[in-house]
Design a protein around this ligand. Structure first.
Ligand SMILES: NC(=O)c1ccc[n+]([C@@H]2O[C@H](COP(=O)([O-])OP(=O)(O)OC[C@H]3O[C@@H](n4cnc5c(N)ncnc54)[C@H](OP(=O)(O)O)[C@@H]3O)[C@@H](O)[C@H]2O)c1
Length: 264
């Protein structure tokens, strides 16, 4: 009897937060998983959890995707291991809440390389294979902050706007090839991204200002498999964003000072 072919999903930033929940959702749909992040320990913990929950197969690849040439190395690693990637999730990201002039150049490089370059290169490499096979799904992680280019977000917000617009255009290029491209645009999510303590994360969820990563992952995956162009999550922010944009400068500055205090 012919063995059923394994379906692989490659997820970046999958050791915790939204990425881990996306991995859980894909495992529940029967996908074998290739998880990428920098920290080996986090990856192994995630792997153990996913396997204990019934994931068919999980491989981990410890890699800093902000390093030059990392997307190509990741692609080669997948090819070398014989993983035919059916689902690519570009989720790895870091937050930068700081005025550009006060940011270390290494941090600027890291954010640009991870959000813009790695996302672009990984899409190019894996989308080509998907296109020739005539099937595949790509999910790219943007953010509601992409609509909020306020002080302190001069780097983070535009890089996430790039991810959104890039995904729309790639989707057009993939039309008719059997490859779906979806961009996720979540508002605040209770994860370690902002350095919020676990107590503040719980409080944020209880107050309704933060989404749970479980909910975000569920909606993102159903949107991706339904071939939606965009999955935006956090309707309250649709009202808040125009208001925030038009607040007086002094008030914006005060909000920035106050919100920075909540970080670890
Ligand atoms: N949390 C939110 O409110 C929110 C809202 C909108 C959009 N997002 C976006 O959602 C994505 C996931 O965020 P999250 O909230 O789940 O954050 P998180 O809990 O901090 O997880 C980030 C993941 O990315 C990995 N990562 C970070 N830098 C990396 C690098 N250079 N190379 C490879 N992997 C790297 C991390 O592992 P290592 O540290 O071990 O590398 C971790 O697995 C990000 O793109 C973020 O911008 C988040």
């Amino acid at each position: 009897m012919e063995q059923e072919k394994k379906q692989w999903a490659l997820l970046t930033g999958a050791s915790r937060g939204i990425g881990l929940e996306l991995a859980r959702g894909l495992a529940a749909r029967g996908y074998c998983l290739a998880l990428v992040a920098r920290g080996e320990e986090g990856l192994l913990t995630a792997r153990e959890r996913l396997l204990s929950e019934g994931a068919p197969e999980v491989v981990t690849i410890a890699l800093d995707l902000a390093e030059s040439g990392a997307p190509q190395r990741l692609y080669e690693e997948c090819v070398g291991r014989g993983l035919e990637v059916e689902v690519l999730v570009n989720n790895a990201g870091v937050f930068a809440y700081c005025d550009l002039c006060d940011m270390e150049p290494e941090r600027v490089e890291q954010v640009l390389a991870l959000h813009v370059e790695a996302t672009t290169h990984l899409c190019r490499l894996f989308a080509r294979d998907m296109r020739s096979r005539g099937r595949g799904h790509i999910l790219n992680m943007s953010s509601y902050a992409s609509w909020l280019p306020l002080g302190g977000l001069s780097l983070y917000a535009p890089t996430k706007a790039y991810v959104r617009e890039f995904s729309y255009a790639l989707r057009e290029e993939m039309r008719g090839c059997g490859v779906s491209v979806t961009v996720a645009v979540p508002a605040g999510v209770a994860t370690d991204l902002y350095g919020l303590s676990a107590d503040y994360q719980r409080l944020g969820v209880r107050l309704g200002v933060l989404l749970t990563p479980e909910k975000v992952a569920r909606k993102c995956l159903s949107g991706m498999f339904a071939d939606r162009r965009r999955v935006a999550l956090g309707w309250g922010y649709r009202v808040l964003i125009p208001l925030l944009r038009h607040l007086p400068r002094g008030v914006k500055k005060l909000i920035k000072q106050k919100t920075l205090v909540f970080q670890k």
